[in-house]
Design a protein around this ligand. Structure first.
Ligand code: ASP
Length: 311
């Protein structure tokens, strides 16, 4: 049984009127990504497949990852990513790194070429430069410039932000979603997960979210693989992805496991979140508590996709 599941983020805030016009196009893109990653799975590992899926989405400014990432408070792109190989329990991650189009590949390099798990900021950028994995790429897309401007205007107009520090509730109002992630099970029973994001619009420079934190936004072991999306701070304090995998380990169906952890996140933090999961038997779970989670999956039987919840 071979399976790839991908997500294109959960909506953290209610879409405005007309804000759903590209939904069908996004689902089509995700189905294409899932199918391309499945082809990688035929020749390679679950790890190769999740990296490839995320790389494709990092190049597409539709998504909030790599090129076209959300802009922080001062108008810069700082990306987070992580990847985990459940068959070896090795993981790599990068946080708040600038100028790198494919942070997922940089995260994999941290895993495979250093004794560390997480590199951040200028150190991560310098590591990318040394390996020829970028470090000076322009990742700003015009659509994010206007989105940030609008968010800033709303924040200052509403009187809830001081100009240098986003108020707590801004996360809920201006969170963009569109983060990307992938989980896979390969023909040898290996599981892997990866997640990549530009984070939240108007985040403080240097902020690192769950997508760079193993156990929060990404986790895989011999039982299941999970990638999350939503308000990262919530998944960090709740160890979101790890808990989902633990719940699968207790015998829950991946979907039930994700729902159980989402209930906890909602109850204890009040924040929106979503997960994709695959277990070692190839059972898939997609669940969210936001305003819709974009996903697609590809197996030997075919490809499907949609928007989970939030209707
Ligand atoms: N989890 C991401 C973050 O907090 C954002 C998202 O999933 O949309 O950086």
């Amino acid at each position: 049984m071979r399976v790839v599941v991908v997500h294109g983020g959960v909506r953290i805030s209610r879409p405005r009127p007309g804000g759903r016009s590209r939904d069908g196009e996004i689902v089509d893109k995700l189905m294409d990504v899932a199918e391309r990653a499945r082809r990688v799975l035929l020749a390679g590992s679950a790890l190769d497949a999740v990296e490839e899926a995320v790389r494709i989405m990092e190049e597409d400014p539709t998504f909030n990852a790599g090129y076209g990432s959300a802009l922080n408070l001062v108008g810069e792109v700082e990306v987070d990513a992580s990847i985990m190989d459940g068959s070896t329990m090795r993981a790599g991650a990068v946080g708040a790194v600038r100028g790198v189009l494919h942070p997922v590949t940089l995260a994999r390099a941290v895993m495979e070429r250093t004794p560390h798990v997480l590199l951040v900021g200028e150190g991560a950028r310098e590591f990318a430069r040394k390996l020829g994995l970028g470090g000076d790429e322009d990742l700003v897309h015009e659509s994010r410039v206007s989105a940030r401007r609008e968010a800033l205007r709303g924040a200052l107009g509403g009187g809830s932000a001081g100009g240098t520090m986003p108020a707590r509730d801004l996360i809920g109002i201006y969170g963009v979603g569109e983060t990307v992630g992938a989980v896979a099970l390969d023909g040898e029973g290996r599981l892997a997960a990866a997640t990549s994001t530009g984070g939240l619009t108007l985040k403080l420079p240097g902020r690192v979210g769950d997508s760079a934190v193993v156990g929060a936004g990404t986790y895989a072991d011999g039982r299941a693989a999970c990638s999350g999306t939503g308000v990262g701070e919530a998944a960090i304090v709740e160890a979101g992805a790890f808990r989902v995998v633990e719940a699968v380990g207790r015998g829950l169906h991946p979907r039930r496991a994700a729902e159980e952890v989402l209930d906890i996140i909602r109850r204890e933090t009040g924040r929106e979140f979503g997960f994709i999961v695959v277990d070692r038997s190839g059972r898939v779970g997609v669940a969210q508590m936001g305003y819709g989670l974009f996903w697609a999956s590809a197996t030997d039987e075919g490809v499907e996709g949609g928007i989970e919840g939030g209707g």
